[in-house]
Each structure stands twice: as structure tokens, then as C-alpha cells.
Design a protein around this ligand. Structure first.
Ligand SMILES: [Zn+2]
Ligand SMILES: [Zn+2]
Length: 358
């Protein structure tokens, strides 16, 4: 008994010492203030570690409406039934049904959570609103806005491909998990994706390729996997912050994003081939300590690159496997791009030599 209490005291003192020393310990957060999220509004939680006093502020993302079979929200009575678009087509599947354009001719499409015959809408069908050419599917080509009801979980392959008049999309707030390959590719007028979509974990290949009117990345705070060339040619985006959870990036993910100036790559271990190829305005990139490899041409022709902010030490940066041509430029060898790597314990130049502090 006595020995047990003594051990407990030692553990407590050790924990306090770690806390005072600023080293890592298991924080014991106590909630100070909390605002619950609603269907449409984010909440927050503020807590403090009882050990070290560290304050943690978290966003509790909006829940999205919880529609019943009549398209009325069980929490807030939001009535989607009065606004839903008629004439859409629904294809049955095991888990619910998938929507496509059907006979609809409206410019502003509202996709409900339940079809007219009471089946749950779980996704937008592959090529559901596909508009390869204005003459082939004129009704799809004419669409200017789409609202996807909360409850929808996936957007299929090429779902809105080539909808060149589509300007605004309102994505589900929490339910959407996947944006399919080429889903919004070539939507050259697309400016806004509405609110934060906190459920999205996977963005497919070329999903937003060539969305030249987008000025910011979609707000997907829990994004984990981004397919190859997902944002290639998004020439209006200046800032690409993928959030802390992104682990897998495909080749060329931001290639040819000519206005991109700042990028932050989450906790990705690999910067894939051509990731930032031809991002000629790119100045500043933040990379986490999880980084292990930079692939060929990752930063090809990033002639404006000034700083790479690395979350680890100089030794850890040196241990990152780098392809020979990871920062190829089209300048003369004597006119190297002069960028620095800012590590936690010092600064390196692009060759990996320690740079004088300034
Ligand atoms: Zn703590
Ligand atoms: Zn609601």
C-alpha cells in the first residue's frame, strides 16, 4: 500500500517535471468553454491541460441537417422538400440510390436527401451531370448551381465533368466522404464550394483539374488522400493548405497551379513526382517532420521558391531521401534558385549546407 503510494508520487512528480520542462507528455485537457455545433453553424471547444497549462482550441464542425424521409430536418425543421428539384433520376443500389440529371432543365439544381419515392440518396451517380460537350447534354451544360443535401456520401467519377457554366456548388457539411475521379474536372466557371465539408477524406484523381476560377482549395479539414493531378491547372489558387491529416498525395497534385504562392502538405511522408511542377509563383512551402522522401521533379521550375519550412531538425532534413532532380529549374546553373530550408535548429541552403544565420 505504502509502496504503491510512493510510486504514484514519483510518477506525479516526473509528470510535473516533464510539463515544466516543456517536453512532451500526455496532456490531460479539461474543458473550459464549449459551444455545441448546430446543423449549419460550427461550434468550438476550448480546453486546458491541467498539467502544463497548454490551451487547445478546436472547431466542432456543423453537423449538417438530419433529413427525414420527407426531406425535413429532424433537428431544425429545415424544409428541403419545398426547394428540391423535380425530374431528377434515381438509380437504386444496395445502400440507397444514386442521383443523376434525368429530365431536369433548371439552372439551379437542389438534390434532396430522399428521392420522390422515399429512398435515401447516398451519392451522385458516375457521370450523373457529366457534360462532355454542350451539344451532347445541353441540360447538364446549362447548370449554374448545385446544392447537395446533407446525407449524401459520395460524388461519382466525372459526376460534373465539363459543366462549364457551373459556378457554385454547396457540398454536404458532414456526410460527404469521397469526391470521385474527375468529378469537377474542367468546371472552368466554378468559384465556390460553399461551406466546410468536414467528412471528406478522399479526393480522387483529377477531381478539380482545370478549375481555373477556384481561388481557394475546398475546405476539407480531415482530408487524408489526394489523388494524382487532383488540383492541376487550378490557376486561381494562391494558398494550398491541406490540413494536418493528409497522408497520401498523388503525382502532380498541384502541377501547373501558376498562381500558387504558399503550400502546406499536412503529414505526408512523400512529395510525389511533379507535385509542384511549373508552379512558377510558389514561394513558401511548409512540410512536416513526417516527410521521408521527395520524388523527381517535385519542384521543377518553381523559380520563385524562397523558403521551405520543415518541422524537423537539420539532421532530419538531411535524412529525407531526395531525387537528384527534385528542384530542377530552367535557369542557367549559375543562376540557381536561391531558396533555404528552415529547420527547427538552423537553416540550410538548397544543397544542404548550413546557411549563416541572418
Ligand atoms: Zn500538458
Ligand atoms: Zn437541421
Amino acid at each position: 500500500m505504502k509502496k504503491g503510494m510512493y510510486l504514484l508520487a514519483v510518477v506525479l512528480i516526473a509528470a510535473m517535471a516533464v510539463g515544466l520542462g516543456g517536453c512532451k507528455h500526455q496532456h490531460d485537457y479539461v474543458v473550459l468553454d464549449e459551444q455545441e455545433p448546430t446543423c449549419v453553424k460550427d461550434g468550438y471547444r476550448k480546453s486546458r491541460c491541467s498539467g502544463c497549462g497548454d490551451v487547445l482550441e478546436e472547431t466542432l464542425y456543423a453537423l449538417g441537417h438530419d433529413y427525414n424521409i420527407y426531406n425535413v430536418c429532424t433537428r431544425c425543421d429545415d424544409d428541403l422538400a419545398s426547394r428540391m428539384t423535380m425530374g431528377l433520376s434515381y438509380e437504386d443500389a444496395e445502400d440507397g440510390c444514386y442521383v443523376s440529371i434525368g429530365t431536369t432543365k433548371v439552372k439551379d439544381v437542389v438534390v434532396p436527401a430522399y428521392s420522390t419515392d422515399g429512398k435515401r440518396v447516398v451519392g451522385v451517380r458516375d457521370e450523373g451531370f457529366f457534360s462532355p460537350d454542350g451539344d451532347v447534354r445541353p441540360n447538364a451544360a446549362a447548370i449554374e448551381s448545385v446544392e447537395l443535401a446533407d446525407g449524401i456520401e459520395s460524388i461519382g467519377t466525372r459526376a460534373f465533368y465539363g459543366c462549364t457554366n457551373l459556378k457554385t456548388v454547396r457540398l454536404p457539411r458532414a456526410s460527404l466522404k469521397t469526391v470521385g475521379d474527375l468529378a469537377f474536372s474542367g468546371c472552368t466557371a466554378l468559384k465556390s464550394l460553399g461551406n466546410t465539408s468536414s467528412g471528406v477524406e478522399i479526393v480522387g484523381k483529377n477531381a478539380f483539374a482545370g478549375c481555373t476560377s477556384l481561388t481557394s482549395l475546398p475546405a476539407f479539414p480531415y482530408l487524408r488522400t489526394v489523388g494524382e493531378y487532383a488540383f492541376t491547372g487550378c490557376t486561381g489558387i494562391e494558398n494550398a493548405n491541406l490540413g494536418p491529416y493528409t497522408q497520401t498525395l498523388g503525382n502532380g497534385v498541384f502541377a501547373d497551379c501558376s498562381a500558387l504562392r504558399f503550400a502546406s502538405l499536412g503529414s505526408s511522408a512523400t512529395i510525389p513526382e511533379d507535385a509542384f511542377q511549373n508552379c512558377t509563383a510558389l514561394e513558401d512551402v511548409s512540410l512536416s517532420v513526417s516527410l521521408k522522401e521527395i520524388c523527381p521533379s517535385a519542384f521543377s521550375f518553381c523559380n520563385a521558391l524562397k523558403s521551405i519550412r520543415f518541422g524537423g531538425s537539420m539532421a532530419e532534413w538531411k535524412a529525407v531521401k531526395k531525387a537528384n532532380d527534385w528542384f530542377l529549374t530552367d535557369r542557367e546553373p549559375t543562376d540557381y534558385v536561391d531558396f533555404y530550408i528552415y529547420c527547427t535548429d538552423g537553416t540550410l541552403d538548397h544543397n544542404g549546407y548550413e546557411a549563416p544565420a541572418n
